[in-house]
Design a protein around this ligand. Structure first.
Ligand code: SF4
Length: 366
């Protein structure tokens, strides 16, 4: 398959591994954070980690939208489904994340709440059209990649005059999280592998602030193993040469300015929140979106007077530290014991982009 097979080529991978081993200075360490959970899974699924020299390590970042949503917001979704009796629609992973008292939307569904798994916001719109006598809420999560479809759905609902559809908006923003990691959270890494899908929307330009301000290279990379390996090599070269620049390995998709049309639709429908709580990062300024007043009739937070209260993570769960890049899944004493994908304690074991799920799925137990 074009753009897939050639980026999984074993001979090319061995060539890249040899180049990294040759160019990595044995007198220093290279700590590279991959922001995206998709990259984390590629690293372990294809054994990229094992092809790196001892002194090149990956630090896993908070780029998993299911993982970073705090418990308080999932409690809100439970409240919508149970107290307000809406048809609550969301993605499959989101239904399995434990909220307060280890309840989840899936458990609420088993107890009678009308919770439905959807593949896209369009499914939720269809459910609203098919059920005009019921309130239908789309539990929207995700980074800049999934925000444009939610914006289009809100425009569609307004144009159609749908009276029973609203969105519980939890869309979050990548640059603000990176900024927080490098300032308030005190993250200590040498370079970043930048998001691929997010960057296809926002472009590579927003990362220039980070290279200029914090002097850390950022290399935007695709999700295939050769993408990640080439990005690691590009980051190592920058560090060896004392450079800190934005480089784009994913030129087959990402441009400097991204997708202007998608961003314009998002700007029409959403505005920035002053602050938003992230699991692991706490309150992060300017890091999330809310629905503009012009679309207030479709804002579930306003329609149902939702108030979010902070709630602690489960006892002994290390998701917060993992999402800050301060610990690895195997540092958690519950990993593989009290917590597995079949019986997750924290969000990082649920999501198909979560670091704990990656370690478990691909058998990395050290
Ligand atoms: Fe949380 Fe489970 Fe990961 Fe431990 S293994 S950090 S309990 S999700």
């Amino acid at each position: 398959m074009k753009f897939v097979d050639e980026f999984r080529d074993q001979a090319l991978a061995m060539g890249l591994a040899a180049a990294i081993a040759r160019e990595a200075d044995p007198a220093r360490r290279y700590s590279i954070m991959e922001f995206c959970g998709g990259h984390t899974h590629a690293i372990f699924r294809y054994g990229v980690h094992d092809l790196m020299p001892e002194n090149v390590g990956f630090v896993h970042g908070p780029g998993c939208p299911v993982c970073v949503l705090p418990i308080g917001r999932i409690d809100n979704a439970l409240e919508l489904a149970e107290k307000h009796g809406v048809i609550l629609c969301s993605y499959g992973d989101m239904l399995r994340v434990p909220a307060s008292k280890r309840r989840s939307l899936l458990k609420a569904k088993a107890e009678g709440a009308d919770v439905r798994m959807v593949y896209s916001v369009d499914d939720a719109l269809r459910i609203a059209r098919d059920n005009p006598s019921r309130e239908v809420v789309f539990f929207a999560i995700g980074f800049e990649t999934t925000t444009p479809p939610t914006a289009v759905a809100l425009r569609t609902a307004k144009a159609e005059g749908l009276k029973n559809f609203s969105v519980f908006c939890n869309h979050v923003l990548t640059p603000a999280a990176l900024n927080h990691l490098l300032t308030a959270a005190g993250l200590d890494v040498d370079a970043f592998i930048g998001p691929s899908h997010v960057s296809s929307v926002i472009g590579s330009r927003p990362y220039e602030y980070f290279t200029e301000t914090f002097h850390r290279p950022v290399v935007i990379a695709g999700f295939e193993p050769l993408d990640v390996m080439q990005a690691a090599l590009m980051a190592i070269r920058q560090l060896n040469e004392g450079r800190a620049e934005v480089e784009n390995q994913y030129i087959r998709v990402v441009t400097r300015d991204g997708n202007a049309k998608a961003r314009a639709i998002v700007d029409e429908v959403f505005e920035r929140r002053e602050s938003f709580e992230w699991r692991g990062l706490g309150a992060v300024p300017d890091s999330a979106l809310r629905i503009r007043d012009a679309y207030a009739a479709f804002d579930a937070e306003k329609r149902f007077a939702i108030v979010t209260r902070s709630a602690p993570d489960a006892k002994s769960c290390e998701c917060a530290e993992i999402l800050r890049g301060a610990k690895k899944p195997v540092d958690c004493k519950l990993f593989g014991k009290g917590c597995t994908p079949d019986s997750p304690v924290g969000s990082c074991m649920v999501s198909s982009e979560g670091a704990c799920a990656a370690y478990w799925t691909y058998g990395r137990f050290r």
